[in-house]
Ligand binder design. Structure first.
Ligand SMILES: C[S@@+](CC[C@H](N)C(=O)[O-])C[C@H]1O[C@@H](n2cnc3c(N)ncnc32)[C@H](O)[C@@H]1O
Length: 249
């Protein structure tokens, strides 16, 4: 900081200094200060913890070794091992699919006769056997694109790993995530065929019980899962709802 004040003092004593120069110097000083801070104290505690966790994480290592797109692939594999979600020939909607870890797993399980439609706001590299739609699930035009890709408008499985970009403001993050859960639920209820399966990421929150109660009339069985690959410190959990009670006709 002393160094910054000294540089500032030097410029302030100069006849060449005008208002604009002062503004630039302020920006420069601020930038310099940030660089120094970055070098001396490289990262905040939370990002250092995140990096440490990533490098020690057994699922990150396995995903790299197996050339998978994300460690999330192990979550869907573990949900499937527990709940027997996927079978050859199924039609599956994968909501919030990027970068594609779940899709890579699902496409192997549903085989060449299956049909997967993957949707995400973010761009996703192609995967053989997967139709990718880039768009926001809250946009009705995206729903139309999805329905256009499904021959009779019915699917066997809807999975959603959608999560918002977290702001750190608890109420706001929970509200945004609940909105994504509601969107996934609406499309599941609209498209699932009789006995279909819906697996959705939830967060431990005050709304969780009320939401699950609201799902009971639609499914024969509902379970909450915390796969081993889901970090213990994360509040995410998954609801797996099976045996859709078809009101779709
Ligand atoms: C945890 S990531 C999904 C990881 C994915 N299951 C995998 O295996 O690679 C959550 C995703 O939800 C997506 N997402 C969030 N809001 C969305 C929305 N409104 N519509 C579509 N995708 C959304 C994000 O862009 C992000 O890619």
């Amino acid at each position: 900081m002393n160094l910054l004040f000294n540089i500032g003092g030097l410029f302030q004593n100069s006849a060449l200094v005008d208002t604009r120069t002062h503004r630039n110097l302020y920006k420069f000083s601020f930038g310099y200060h940030m660089v120094k801070k970055k070098n001396n104290k490289p990262r905040s505690n939370s990002s250092a913890r995140w990096l440490q966790r990533q490098s020690n994480d057994v699922y990150v290592k396995r995903a790299r070794a197996e050339g998978l797109r994300s460690r999330a692939a192990f979550k869907i594999e573990q949900l499937d091992q527990r709940d027997k979600i996927f079978r050859p020939g199924q039609i599956v909607l994968d909501l919030g699919a990027a970068p594609g870890g779940w899709c890579e797993y699902i496409v192997k399980k549903t085989g060449s006769t299956g049909n997967i439609v993957a949707i995400d706001i973010l761009e996703m590299r192609p995967i053989a056997g997967v139709s990718i739609i880039q768009g926001d699930m809250s946009d009705q035009a995206i729903w139309k694109q999805i329905l256009d890709l499904i021959s009779d408008g019915r699917v066997d499985v809807v999975v959603s790993d959608m999560s918002p970009s977290l702001s750190g403001i608890k109420d706001r993050d929970e509200a945004q995530h609940q909105e994504l859960i509601d969107i996934a639920t609406r499309i599941a209820i609209k498209t699932l065929r009789k006995n279909g399966i819906f697996a959705v990421k939830l967060f431990e929150s005050a709304q969780r019980k009320a939401y699950m109660d609201s799902m009971k009339p639609f499914f024969r069985s509902i379970g909450i899962r915390k796969p081993d690959a889901s970090r213990a410190e994360s509040k995410e959990i998954y609801m797996v709802a099976k045996g859709f009670i078809d009101d779709n006709g």
